[in-house]
Design a protein around this ligand. Structure first.
Ligand SMILES: [Zn+2]
Length: 373
């Protein structure tokens, strides 16, 4: 009798696993982007680190070279692929950016492996769909960590190689604990090394790492800057505040290693900035989780939490829609680039073609995406 029960459960498991294979495989498909006319070149990150060739961590780097003298800017989306505004900001930039001085490097999926799966037991949607002028386009909602299909098993304890700090084993697959990286290390370390090396080789002056966090996490609606980028971050925070967009300024900690802003400061000459917006689909206090929560951002439980003083961002019945979060990121990037231009005019970076927060709210994100071909 027991053997029969085991047999039936095994058969049911195999059946369910087989059913879900196409959905898992589909998330490895990278969405097609339609770059703006300013694009000069697309290359793979494995051009910088050949140890990434043929792995799930290899990804596209979009270069916009104005051909005019100036500095170089790098923007990373998707370090944590569940922080969905982050890759979407960079995708919008890929499809709309104009560069009038200097060069801009864009990486929509910094951890491409993390975009290829989503987190177990979170009920996150697999895709978010947006209506463009010529039909809908869908984008993957990924995970915080490198896909275990690409890097496995995790150690019991992750010892951060440069600092010797000990973290939970799963952090071995966290790109934002892997900097400055190791050229032939594990997949996450290879990606981190390639990005650090891109910054060094291309003499990137200003580098952004875009993130989101939950509304109840203290570092939210924040600009994180190191000792070298604090000046431009504070000038930008004031001008953003005048425009009605409050950002807290957070210093890059000296003692916490593996983080982009910390290690880029210590290992390259770039001025590093990390940005955070509030994503209700990531929070622990959230209610029903679906694509609508990630896009529209309305949640009654968060309204209650805000009323009880449990959040670090305002939250009312209007929620925090994706357009507001993307608009905040773009506004912060513009304000920081402009502060940088004031301080270092001889290596200025002039960018345009990007909507402001109000226009995004009015028109919707899909309005800034090319129609699917
Ligand atoms: Zn993050």
């Amino acid at each position: 009798m027991r053997a029969v029960t085991i047999g039936i459960s095994l058969a049911a498991t195999v059946f369910l696993v087989t059913l879900s294979i196409p959905a898992f495989r589909a998330q490895h498909e990278v969405e097609v982007l339609y770059p703006s006319p300013g694009l000069t070149r697309v290359f793979r990150l494995s051009e910088i680190n050949p140890h990434l060739k043929g792995t799930g961590g290899d990804t596209d780097v979009y270069l916009y070279d104005s051909g005019k003298p100036g500095g170089s800017l790098l923007v990373l989306g998707g370090t944590h692929a569940s922080e969905i505004a982050s890759p979407l900001v960079v995708i919008l930039m890929v499809e709309n950016l104009e560069v009038k001085a200097g060069r801009v490097f864009l990486i929509p999926h910094a951890n491409a492996s993390a975009a290829s799966h989503n987190e177990p037991q979170e009920a996150h949607p697999q895709y978010l769909e947006f209506e463009t002028a010529g039909g809908p386009r869908a984008f993957r909602f990924g995970a915080r960590f490198t896909n275990p299909v690409h890097q496995w098993p995790d150690p019991e304890v992750y010892v951060q190689p440069q600092s010797g700090a000990t973290l939970a084993g799963i952090e071995t697959r966290n790109l934002n604990r892997a900097y400055p990286g190791i050229a032939d290390g594990n997949l996450t370390e290879r990606i981190a090394w390639a990005i650090t090396e891109l910054i060094r080789r291309e003499e990137i002056d200003l580098a952004f790492d875009l993130h989101e966090s939950s509304p109840e996490y203290p570092v939210v609606n924040a600009i994180v800057a190191s000792e070298t980028s604090q000046d431009i971050a504070s000038i930008a925070a004031v001008s953003l505040q005048i425009d009605g967009l409050d950002f807290s300024l957070e210093p890059s900690p000296y003692g916490l290693h593996g983080l982009s802003h910390r290690e880029w400061t210590d290992h390259t000459n770039t001025l590093p900035i990390l940005l955070e917006t509030a994503n209700p689909a990531m929070g622990r206090l959230r209610g029903r989780t679906d694509a609508e929560l990630a896009i529209v951002g309305k949640d009654e439980r968060y309204v209650t939490a805000a009323r009880n003083g449990l959040l670090y961002v305002p939250f009312d019945s209007e929620g925090i829609p994706i357009e507001h979060r993307i608009g905040r990121h773009l506004a912060a990037i513009r304000a920081i680039v402009s502060a940088y231009n004031e301080l270092l005019p001889e290596r200025g970076i002039q960018i345009g073609g990007l909507p402001d927060a109000a226009a995004l709210m009015e028109n919707g994100f899909g309005r800034y995406l090319a129609p699917p071909q």
